[in-house]
Design a protein around this ligand. Structure first.
Ligand code: NAP
Length: 312
């Protein structure tokens, strides 16, 4: 008898707490969860969900007593929240605890791209430094014009870090925010035109599909660099690849992709990109904090107390 089902690739450090706290049944993915016997599914009151595969109405209907889906991650675009609300199922996420790590990775990709750290390291490792001399000059990132697309929790932490680099900060959100003198753009194209480095920190999902459109990418211009830590879906990836291949923008730093982890192979042949395996929140410390917040939400639901971080 268990009231909690954990779905997803939980690692060895996460599984014991789920098993000891809730006697959770752990399965690898939603397909496996849906294949459980009907009597087992009927016992489930809480799902601890991890991963980016969709969990929608059809899956929810297989769990007649489900009351909460506690997502591991702030981005819950894999879960059909409207379908959950229609079934009086609450959804929770893990905001804030991961802001620092995701913002740090955005800054790291920015510096790595501008200062060509990957290519410069290859210069050392290949022995070229000793035989051919100094590595070529690259690009200053401090004191540049930077933009943040989506001034939410993570966007704000990126902007705060960028400000410490003496940059001129611009941003776009659906509404103007209280900021220390940063320039607001009501229009995404206007933001892209104003800056050399554009950081994308939007939510994923249908509403922001291709928000960074072909026009936004074109407006960045030949010295423009796009840094994306949000979701692959927020950027028109075909337009981005064309622009990177044609040199109509200078480069990109990407932690998220359409169809990840099987990313478009065109990225792999490009030298003007920094590619990361969706590891924005991927530190030991932050993943532990995310897992704890997820468990606290499951525990609150089972105890009948207020959820810590509900999204519906
Ligand atoms: P947040 O505080 O909710 O901020 C989201 C931003 O998206 C806000 O600026 C918001 O605009 C904008 N937005 C929401 N709906 C929109 C719409 N329909 N049209 C245009 N803009 C819209 O979220 P967060 O905590 O910063 O997280 C942002 C995202 O980062 C997550 O959803 C997730 O996808 C991604 N993420 C990635 C990693 C990683 O490992 N790479 C880790 C964590 C999170 P307003 O300012 O106008 O409200």
């Amino acid at each position: 008898m268990t009231a909690t089902l954990a779905i997803g690739p939980y690692n060895a450090s996460e599984r014991p707490a789920l098993e000891e706290t809730f006697q959770a049944h752990i399965v690898a993915n939603a397909t496996e969860a849906c294949g459980l016997e009907a009597a087992t599914r009927a016992e489930i009151k809480a799902i601890a969900y991890k991963g980016h595969l969709p969990f929608g109405a059809a899956e929810m209907d297989l769990f007649p007593n489900l009351g909460v889906i506690a997502n591991y991650g702030v981005g819950y675009d894999a879960i059909d929240v409207a379908a959950a609300s229609a079934r009086s199922i609450k959804v929770t996420n893990t905001p804030d605890v991961l802001n620092d790590d995701v913002a740090d990775l955005a800054i790291a990709m920015w510096i790595s791209q501008g200062r060509e750290m990957r290519q410069a390291e290859a210069w050392v490792r290949d022995g070229n430094w000793a035989t051919k001399g100094d590595y070529r000059l690259n690009r200053k990132v401090s004191a540049s014009k930077v933009g943040v697309m989506g001034m939410g929790r993570i966007g704000r932490d990126i902007a705060d870090r960028l400000a410490a680099f003496k940059t001129e900060v611009h941003y776009h959100s659906r509404s103007e925010k209280q900021t220390p003198g940063w320039t607001y753009h009501a229009d995404p194209v206007s933001l892209a035109k104003a800056v050399d480095f554009l950081f994308v920190a939007l939510v994923g999902g249908a509403a922001t599909q291709n928000y960074v459109s072909k026009e936004v990418i074109a407006a960045l211009g030949p010295r423009g660099v796009l840094i994306n830590i949000s979701r692959g879906s927020t950027v028109d990836e075909e337009a981005l690849l064309d622009a990177l291949e044609n040199g109509t923008i200078a480069g990109a730093g990407l932690d998220v992709f359409v169809g990840e982890p099987k990313i478009n192979p065109r990225f792999l042949t490009l030298d003007n990109v920094v590619l990361q395996p969706h590891q924005g929140s991927g530190t030991v410390e932050t993943r532990a904090a995310m897992a704890k917040l997820q468990r606290d939400n499951v525990g609150a639901h089972l105890a009948g107390t207020a959820l810590l971080t509900p999204v519906n």
